[in-house]
Design a protein around this ligand. Structure first.
Ligand code: HEC
Length: 250
């Protein structure tokens, strides 16, 4: 360094200039922090603030009301309940792994005898209006393919279909398994690629009601389908789409 510049006054001044520069930076940071504090910026953020407060309050209340002894007491009870619980049957066919033991068991399940069900009672038995209401609501999904008036669309018509007025087991099987491979309705051959998918997610009451509705709407007239008849054929769920050769001739 140039010795003429190395004097105590210059050092003194440089020291304070340095300190001053740091101070300016500190002030700048403070200003930025002041104006950039985590104020809610969007409506979502603003709405989240009371949510977090409420959550904090709830959590605090829960912690306060749950004593350690109570938690300890509950553990053996929960463990006993878990040990005593039994596996439940799979109700959703899509949960069954194709080719698995369960899938094989379902596919090989003996066919249910449907003779009694198909020897349907006379159609003049009065139909419960509440069942028709439920059936109409449950028909919404069918209407996407079969039309609001059962006139047909993507799928064949249900109005005047001999299958609809025919044996009950056919209808239950078609709904619980779907249908593929084509079908002749009122003398017209339909073979829609992919066929109809199973709609087995509906409850026994809903399936019975929708089939009763279809059998007694759009000019059709046939006996009601009973929930226990659907229940009797629940073992069909999970089997591949039914083919017309497997159905009872209408
Ligand atoms: C995604 C479209 C689709 C939906 C939804 C659907 N079906 Fe079908 N349905 C079809 C197709 C396609 C066929 C013909 C299958 C074939 O070509 O092999 C069919 C055939 C039928 C048949 C036999 C043929 C006939 O017209 O009589 C019945 C009965 C039937 N469906 C009832 C129902 C009922 C009841 C529902 C509602 C619970 C329903 N379908 C929902 C597409 C559908």
């Amino acid at each position: 360094m140039d010795p003429s510049r190395d004097n105590p006054f210059l050092r003194f001044a440089t020291y304070w200039w340095g300190l001053g520069t740091l101070l300016i930076f500190a002030v700048l940071v403070a200003v930025v922090w002041l104006f950039n504090r985590s104020e809610p910026t969007s409506l979502e953020d603003a709405a989240a603030v009371p949510r977090y407060e409420t959550r904090k309050k709830i959590e605090a209340a829960q912690v306060a009301s749950l004593s350690q002894e109570e938690i300890q007491k509950a553990i053996p009870a929960a463990a006993a309940a878990l040990l005593a619980s039994k596996p439940v049957a799979i109700e959703k066919p899509e949960q069954i792994v194709p080719g698995s033991a369960t899938a094989k068991k379902i596919a090989e399940a003996p066919a249910v005898d449907t003779t009694a069900m198909d020897a349907a009672p006379a159609a003049d038995e009065p139909i419960d209006p509440a069942v028709m209401e439920l059936g109409k609501a449950s028909y919404m999904i069918c209407s996407a393919c079969h039309g609001m008036e059962g006139q047909g669309g993507i799928g064949p018509p249900l109005a005047g279909s001999e299958w609809v007025a025919g044996p009950i087991s056919n209808l239950i099987k078609i709904q619980l398994r779907g249908l593929v491979g084509g079908i002749t309705v009122k003398g017209v051959e339909y073979n829609i690629p992919g066929g109809m998918a199973a709609l087995a997610y509906q409850t026994d009451d809903q399936v019975a009601a929708v089939l009763t509705y279809v059998r007694n709407s759009f000019g059709n007239k046939a006996s009601a389908v009973k929930p226990d008849q659907v229940a009797a054929l629940r073992s069909e769920v999970g089997k591949p789409q039914v083919k017309r050769e497997e159905l009872v001739k209408p």
